[in-house]
Design a protein around this ligand. Structure first.
Ligand code: PXP
Length: 245
């Protein structure tokens, strides 16, 4: 059956913010990703607004035709913004100001109160709530107990252990893969829908896509990295044509 694809377009906003310019616009990127067949668009609205801004989420809310998923920390500020904008779905993630990207799943056992109130507030506004979580049995059981109906399993450690293909990866990579498979199965048996993501690439994605319980993969960095390279030649040719005519 295969997995659906949610495309994370944060990097388009990162490039825009590198010049604090108007382009490239993540809204345009979302349109192209959907035209190419993406089944969802994901952005992370961070406290420091380093890439995606509220304006982007507002416009994406009005333009995305598939499913808009906003990653967010479980804070009052984010709950206020997102219950106003009402994306289709929010994914609760841990957020540390100094991190380059999300590191590790949200510890729902340590942050039970914040998770519970985020699920209630967002759910009350008609927003589906998912939690980004490590492939850990205790964490997944607690997420289900807290009323969560959907999780995104963190594949970050798997991706670190599998830079190329799983077949030639060390035993630790196979163990991590097995952990993801088992916890996906457990989650479904607890009534949860299961997504996965972080660090997935064109090289290491296949074994994860083959896990039947995982409905959808969220991929950002590697798709954007490839887009820059496969699109560069055409962009240069177009500029040469423009200035040489
Ligand atoms: N899932 C979550 C919760 C994330 O925070 C990210 C990165 O923003 C991704 C998936 C996508 O990870 P990557 O950019 O490595 O594909």
């Amino acid at each position: 059956m295969g997995s659906k694809l949610g495309v994370n377009i944060d990097h388009v906003a990162t490039l825009r913010q590198a010049r604090q310019a108007a382009e490239p616009d993540p809204v345009h990127a979302a349109v192209l990703a959907e035209l190419a067949g993406a089944q969802g668009i994901t952005v992370h609205l961070r406290h420091d607004r380093r890439h995606i801004h509220e304006r982007d989420v507002e416009l994406l809310r009005r333009t995305v035709k598939t499913r808009l998923n906003v990653e967010m920390a479980a804070t009052d500020e984010m709950i206020g913004i997102l219950t106003r904008i009402r994306p289709d779905m929010c994914t609760l993630v841990p957020e540390r100001p100094e991190e380059v990207t999300t590191t590790g799943g949200l510890n729902v056992i340590d942050h039970e109160a914040a998770v519970r109130s985020a699920i209630q507030a967002l759910g009350g506004a008609g927003i589906r709530v998912s939690i980004f979580i490590d492939p850990d049995e205790a964490q997944i059981r607690r997420a289900a107990e807290l009323g969560c109906r959907m999780i995104e399993i963190n594949t970050g450690r798997y991706a670190e252990l599998v830079p190329a293909d799983l077949e030639h990866a060390p035993a630790a990579a196979w163990e991590e893969y097995e952990r993801i498979r088992q916890t996906a199965r457990l989650a479904v048996s607890l009534g949860l829908r299961v997504l996965a993501g972080h660090g997935l690439t064109y090289r290491n994605v296949m074994p994860i896509a083959m896990i039947g319980e995982i409905e959808e993969l969220n991929i950002g960095h590697n798709i954007m990295a490839r887009a820059v390279l496969v699109g560069l030649e055409r962009a240069v040719r177009e500029m040469i044509q423009l200035i040489s005519d």
